[in-house]
Ligand binder design. Structure first.
Ligand code: GUN
Length: 292
């Protein structure tokens, strides 16, 4: 069996087109475009690329994007003051601080400082609490992209056994909640899970989000299963996912490539979150909690 390859670029293009329509409607209703601010501390080249990609994507759908680039030695107090200014700025609907941040800064303090209504990453305690409760709010972008890829691929969700490998706040934990909300039976696995290959073989849906190049091999995959590769690993041989693509493609029913799978949908859902934050902040009842 050869897996159906789910084309993340094509799916992301559709999401972006939907957002562009939504931005036009927002401008018509409110006379201004949704505003997104990306904050970067230091000059990590990967963060630089991500930030540039996010700003370009926002501009392309008609939003107003702004980039704030701070010195690597920025203190927590200095960053807090900038976040506070953006929290108070009526033209800013969403902001994010690109991770990872330098050691003198605290991710939890940042996540707590950003106003939940502007938290387009969905990492704040309020946003994550809303996700647990099934209430409308910002949901982390990568897991939303994964759900869209599964739906566009036509992967049956209800009653399926989903195994999520990885327990991060950015992917593993929120991914598990979204799959649960879609009526999957969910197992969260991690580096200390016993006999990980055997557990993964029980999955109808396998989401790999561990950051280990090509860890998931063909004999980890039940024939016909959907395999979603969230890994982005820079190796000497180039960009690699967490899944051994060629081997697994021969066994799986569906598979996402790296690059061109989950990555493009992550940025697309940052735009969705920004548009939804703008509607929510405007008090419009046209906003619906669409994800759960
Ligand atoms: N670094 C890696 N992924 C992400 C993300 O989704 N958001 C932010 N802010 N930083 C990241």
């Amino acid at each position: 069996m050869a897996a159906t390859i789910i084309d993340g670029k094509a799916v992301a293009a559709r999401v972006r087109a939907e957002v562009a329509d939504g931005v036009a409607a927002f401008i018509a209703a409110h006379g201004r475009a949704p505003g997104l601010v990306g904050i970067q501390v230091g000059d990590d080249p990967a963060s630089e690329l991500y930030q540039a990609g996010k700003a370009r994507a926002a501009d392309e759908v008609g939003m107003i994007s702004r980039r704030v680039t701070l010195p690597g030695a920025t203190t927590q107090a200095e960053l807090d003051a900038i976040i506070d200014d953006l929290n108070a700025d009526p033209g800013v609907d969403g902001m994010l601080v690109q991770l990872p941040v330098p050691d003198q800064l605290s991710e939890p303090l940042i996540a707590n400082r950003i106003h939940p209504d502007k938290d387009v990453d969905g990492f704040s305690p309020i946003s994550l609490g809303r996700l647990m409760r099934g209430e409308p709010g910002s949901v982390p972008c990568t897991p939303q992209g994964v759900m869209r890829l599964l739906r566009e691929g036509g992967v049956p969700l209800e009653g399926a056994h989903a195994v999520v490998v990885g327990r991060s706040l950015i992917v593993g934990k929120p991914q598990s909640m979204l799959l649960l909300a879609a009526h999957c039976t969910v197992t969260i696995a991690h580096s200390r899970t016993r006999d990980l290959p055997a557990l993964c073989r029980q999955a109808d849906i396998l989401v790999a989000a561990v950051g280990r190049p090509e860890m998931v091999r063909a004999d980890w995959v039940r024939p016909g299963a959907a395999v979603i590769d969230v890994g982005i690993n820079r190796t000497d041989d180039g960009l690699r996912g967490d899944v051994a693509f060629d081997d697994v493609a021969a066994v799986a029913g569906w598979l996402t490539p790296v690059p061109g799978g989950v990555g493009p949908t992550t940025i697309a859902y940052l735009l969705v979150n920004t548009l939804e934050a703008a509607w929510r902040r405007s008090g419009s009842d046209s906003y619906q909690g669409v994800h759960l």
